[in-house]
Design a protein around this ligand. Structure first.
Ligand code: SD4
Length: 327
């Protein structure tokens, strides 16, 4: 293996860390590291590590990790099999960003399995950062992405059941938290390599049975995702309206820049979310932060937000975020 390859995979830095003067604890302060939202984040993290081991960089890794979840029809708020909007159409949002500031996003995208890859293509092949709706679809088509019907029979059934129960055609704004059909399944994945270079990606079908045209936080750089090599990265899951109001992921990265530990920064963002979210009952939000040295933090409003972390040479760990509200 080349020396450069060893450095990239953290083997040299791991040895230096173990024997050298700046000896680091193995958990929570080592690189590379990957962290992702919810239990299905495990498949994303595992894929990301595989890509890194095979010579990809962190951008390749987070894209590939998120694609696995997008293609899994059992994950009901991401990609194929995601819940449709109130009119029965599945519309997808995604973003991708690397620590240099390069980023791309798509929103209100219909008919493509891998919005995260379209987002990356926007970043790499267009003069823009963010494409939406028909324009995003036309771009994806022109770039050769395959078109698919994203509405699975199961998602259609759930939508029909939801429709039959609705007295009004307009869903309440915090339906994700009230109808119990939907969990919070957005996938967001953050990764840092052995040198401290970061990338993150996020993908969702958004709030179940949302109003037609609704876009959440996930594709909005600074809200659902923010990455800066000088500091670290952050991402969000949960009620996007509240996350957008506080530019949650950017807030967390800036709090870390000012010296807050990742978990403290996430807690402060949850507190601000709570203060700025009038919805009743309070919706769920979960934030994840990955500092450039590999330290991970998380916090949620309601109990129950889980995430997964993996460091070099260690098993994937399932973690439960601390929460502001207790049951
Ligand atoms: C959104 N934040 O569109 C996303 C949805 C989500 O768990 O994370 N659900 O608001």
């Amino acid at each position: 293996m080349q020396r450069r390859e060893l450095i990239r995979l953290g083997l040299i830095s791991g040895l230096l860390g173990f024997f050298g003067p700046g000896c680091r604890s193995s958990l929570g302060r080592s690189r590379p590291a990957a962290v992702a939202t919810w239990d299905h984040g495990r498949m994303a993290v595992e894929k990301a590590w595989q890509v890194l081991h095979q010579g990809g960089d962190v951008l390749d890794a987070v894209e590939a990790g998120v694609r696995v979840v997008e293609a899994d029809p059992t994950v009901r708020t991401v990609g194929l099999g995601g819940y449709p909007d109130a009119t029965g159409r599945v519309t997808l949002d995604a973003s991708i960003m690397e620590g240099s500031g390069r980023c791309g996003a798509v929103a209100f995208l219909e008919g493509f399995m891998h919005p995260v890859s379209v987002a990356r293509r926007v970043m790499e092949k267009s003069p823009h950062v963010f494409l939406v709706g028909e324009g995003a679809a036309a771009f994806a088509r022109a770039e050769g992405f395959d078109e698919v019907d994203l509405l699975t029979p199961e998602a259609r059934q759930d939508w029909e059941r939801w429709k039959a129960q609705q007295r009004a055609s307009v869903p309440p704004p915090n339906i994700e938290n009230t109808n119990r059909i939907s969990g919070h399944d957005t996938v967001a994945l953050l990764m840092v390599d052995a040198t401290g270079h970061l990338a993150g990606a996020c993908s969702t079908s958004g709030a179940a049975f949302k109003w037609r045209g609704r876009v959440g936080d996930s594709p909005i750089i600074g809200a659902g995702l923010f990455v800066d090599d000088e500091v670290g990265a952050a991402c969000a899951t949960g009620w996007g309206e509240g996350v957008i109001r506080i530019a949650g992921s950017h807030l967390i990265v800036e709090l870390m820049r000012q010296g807050d530990e990742p978990e403290v920064a996430c807690r402060k963002a949850v507190e601000r979310f709570r203060a700025k979210s009038p919805e009743d009952p309070p919706p769920q939000v979960g934030f994840l932060a990955l500092r450039r040295d590999g330290v991970v933090g998380a916090y949620s409003l309601q109990p129950g937000f889980t995430y997964v972390v993996q460091y070099a040479g260690q098993e994937v760990q399932r973690m439960k975020a601390p929460s502001l509200l207790y049951r």
